[in-house]
Design a protein around this ligand. Sequence first.
Ligand SMILES: Nc1ncnc2c1ncn2[C@@H]1O[C@H](COP(=O)(O)OP(=O)(O)OP(=O)(O)O)[C@@H](O)[C@H]1O
Ligand SMILES: [Mg+2]
Length: 423
Amino acid sequence: MSTVVLDKVSKVYPGGFLAVDRLSLRAEKGELLVLLGPSGCGKSTLLRMIAGLEEITSGDLWLDGELANHLAPRERDVAMVFQNGALYPHRTVRGNLSFPLEIAKADPLLVKERVVELAKALHIEETLDRRPGTLSGGQQQRVAMGRAIMRQPSLFLMDEPLSNLDAGMRTELRMEISQLVRALGVTTIYVTHDQVEALTLADRVAIMNRGVLQDIGTPAQVYNDPATAFTAAFLNSQQLNLLSPEVRTPQNEYVLLDFGMQRLILPWSDPRAYAVSKYTGGHIIVGIRPDGLKPVPESYEGPSFYGRVRTLEYHGHEWMAYLEAGLPAVPVPQPPDPRHAAANGHAGKGAWKFMRRLFPGRTAEPPPEQHSDSQGLHRRADLIVRLGSQPVWRVGENAKVGVDLSRLLLFTMDGSRVDPPRR
Ligand SMILES: Nc1ncnc2c1ncn2[C@@H]1O[C@H](COP(=O)(O)OP(=O)(O)OP(=O)(O)O)[C@@H](O)[C@H]1O
Ligand SMILES: [Mg+2]
């Protein structure tokens, strides 16, 4: 079972595109490490460099203490599972599963036994004599997984193996993958852009954006104590409230987060107050998850916001409320992207023009550009509050929202943490 160490690994594609930027991380023996990030952030590129399918432009890859940059794929003892299983179409399921062992010239009796055993574990025994073309997507992925397991590699690399399946099948297979790779004890690096999949599967999650590692930690660490605003927002299935108050320290009595019409007070006893006070006179970003806010009665005297209920949204297991509260909001800060510097500016407008030409008269005006000062402070977005199983409020009503100060996530305007994560 391999340890995997990436040391400042970069990938520049021909043409100069920087897909992975000086990324360092370590996967321990037997660990299930999930690589999470939006489409195009470089996850597959990183995985393919570990597999040896893509050349490493700079930096080092160590597999089990051995420098592996120049090892051929088959010398790396890895098995990869892709989004589309890529099975041998003319072999039966049995033939696909046994192939790695036949190549290794294993005892045919043993092979037969192992294939049946594995097929049972993967719930595909009844498909053993069928060809891949006659299987459902879920069954094909199970066979692909089975074939990778058959090879008994030191390292599994899985690239969105479940993304073509429906939600129910994904949940089911996710649990099976988790149990299987843990039972086998094989180090596994698993790529996904689905945050629920990442949090439920991983021993640790590594979050990437634009080729850069944003954060790495256990699911609870990266969720509760994210290193960057990007991580906090990406790991939230509902929208994260990102507000931008001015920091003040009136008469040095406490730290005041001034949201214009509304304010929150951080007493000096708050462990983060001192770190925040360094931004006095400037702005920071406060991230609040919808479940860090709760409806409170008018008489409530703790930290709170006011707002008018604009919309109530039913999600089945919970209600969400959208409040107009006049709070200054900011979008998720993105690191500068040197990769698109030339192309970026007018891409959006170009798309609108194209749509207008395709559908004259049917395309609305492009949305007005958001005018904001350099810090993006003029935006006003709704405050999103999780209500639980009862709607509690009515639309149009004025509402008071209690704020759990301990759950405020505090970031600088460029999205890094004001107070270092407690890891
Ligand atoms: N062979 C290539 N040549 C040039 N650019 C490439 C090449 N392969 C990938 N890229 C670019 O590198 C970036 C990262 O691609 P990659 O496939 O690693 O992203 P990803 O995170 O796996 O995305 P997804 O979730 O959509 O699969 C993308 O912008 C992609 O267009
Ligand atoms: Mg990919």
